[in-house]
Write a protein that binds this ligand. Structure first.
Ligand code: RB5
Length: 148
């Protein structure tokens, strides 16, 4: 896995999976910025979604991973930020497509839905995959929508 900088964020429902993914990504040689939350105390996912999505939006990090209970709240938050393409994925196929077709710069996972090894497989496929340039015009259309 090529060394890249990635930001991680989660609420209480996603923190255990986020911590596991931090270890796996670090082992794989990635530079990881863990922006919380830590522990099981109830917190609000928009706070942590904002931390990661704003860093991706400004280009401070290339990519991010967000985890909440279902992944739904985090994806709603992240997609409010300019330039962010956050994809909520549920399996290896959607993770692979999130890279190849959508060039998602944030991967969103449901911490209450997935075994951690399965989630890691999704992350790995997204992280190691390549965007297929033939889909670029669709991404340009999304960027144009954002400008209005
Ligand atoms: C927290 O209970 C839960 O609502 C949150 O983790 C997430 O699933 C929201 O979409």
């Amino acid at each position: 896995m090529a060394i890249r900088c990635i930001a991680l964020g989660a609420d209480h429902a996603g923190a255990p999976l986020k911590d596991y993914l931090r270890e796996k990504l670090t082992e794989a040689g990635c530079e990881v910025r863990d922006l919380g939350a830590d522990g099981s105390q109830r917190v609000d996912y928009p706070v942590y979604g904002t931390r990661v999505a704003s860093m991706v939006s400004t280009g401070e990090v290339e990519q991010g991973i967000l985890v909440c209970g279902t992944g739904i709240g985090m994806s709603i938050v992240a997609n409010k930020f300019e330039g962010v393409r956050a994809a909520l994925v549920h399996d290896p196929f959607t993770a692979q497509m999130a890279r190849e077709h959508n060039n998602a710069n944030i991967l969103v996972l449901g911490g209450r839905l997935m075994a951690r090894e399965y989630a890691w497989e999704c992350v790995r496929l997204w992280f190691e995959g390549s965007f297929e340039q033939r889909h670029q015009s669709r991404l340009d259309q999304i960027a144009a929508i954002e400008k209005h």
